[in-house]
Design a protein around this ligand. Sequence first.
Ligand SMILES: *Cc1c(COP(=O)(O)O)cnc(C)c1O
Length: 413
Amino acid sequence: MSKLALRGGEPVRARPFPSWPVFDGREEELVLEVVRSGRWWSYTLGEAAAAGDHAAPSSKVAAFQHRFAAAHGCPYGVACVNGTAALEIALRALGVGAGDEVIVPPYTFVATASAPMLIGATPVFCDIHLDTFNLDPRRLEEAITPRTRAIIPVHFAGLAADLDAITALAGRHGIPVIEDAAHGHGGSWNGRPLGSIGVAGAFSFQVSKNMTAGEGGMVITHDAALAELCESLIWAGRKPGRPWYEHYRLGWNYRLTELQAAILLAQLERLPAQTQRRQDNGGYLASRLREIPGIAPLAAPAYATGHAWHLFVFRFLAEPFGLSRAQFLRALTAEGIPASSGYAHPLYRNPLFQQPGLPLDYAGFAERCPASEQACAEAVWLEHRLLLGDRVDMDDIAAAVAKVYEHREELLA
Ligand SMILES: *Cc1c(COP(=O)(O)O)cnc(C)c1O
């Protein structure tokens, strides 16, 4: 084998991987329908709860709410502007507000913690498990206080969180569970769609996610009253059937547009086949990479029946591999495999949590969350678009990692 590309050798891979987003004439067709209809906005207040009565609503937002929720095992869906808003709405609808605490993992996108803060609540971090990068249920009890009003497990990278243990403990304490399913489109836990297991599930359709309209979000739930409340909250506090300028509660305008819903309807049609492909490739790649010293793909627990593979994540163990993670990533990228190190630090290390006047001293969490600290130091992420290719693409990734391992001395000289 030639020497490392970083040292002037031939790279394993010169071809690009599939790009994202994936779209075709179907998105164009549905967007054009909206543009030409002149109906770029629609009155969907009351549609979420009435979804079952409307087999083919003419509003794209109403249709998308209904189809996305149904595809994820829920009767009700409320579309909104983004995933952060979806979390805020679900929290507010559950009555969470000022002075309340919400338990979240520190190894996630900031929105999981900023959504509670945006409505006046306080995020309390609970460490993750290093095998899955998801909330560690063994650490949950110590994070619960008399002020805890919600727990938000994240299905990180699309791998189901340990909901058996989390919902059992939450149930004992009477605390609702909101699933952050921003990575979870099309995934499942014990055969049930991610987002449909807790009291509510929050999704994002931001451009990096497994289906997208550039931006967008959705709350799904089994609870009709909760869905109605979520809807009212994004409709400026209105009530269905009541006069337009009558407002019952403090609400936002967090509505999705018909143009976005048109794209998302097409993206949803493509999701099952894409999920299948990500699963086939993700499982295969994990089995190949496990053979290489120092490469530890995340675990595949039995309850994670359908991995959504928003990311392909592995731990890079510097000692057995014989390089630092930074050296490894430089060498791997030079071989034509785009990879990154993910979150630079757990959420509580952001300047956001070091401001004066916060109700909690977040400095203490570094000691409480050793697994999150380690995850940030060891993680390597591959984007889901890499899993949309074929078997040969997976073999190239595995070959490039193996090549960097075999030639690691070239980087130490
Ligand atoms: C992307 C993301 C969100 C928020 O979604 P936006 O649509 O960007 O607001 C929430 N949680 C996680 C884990 C995410 O990755």
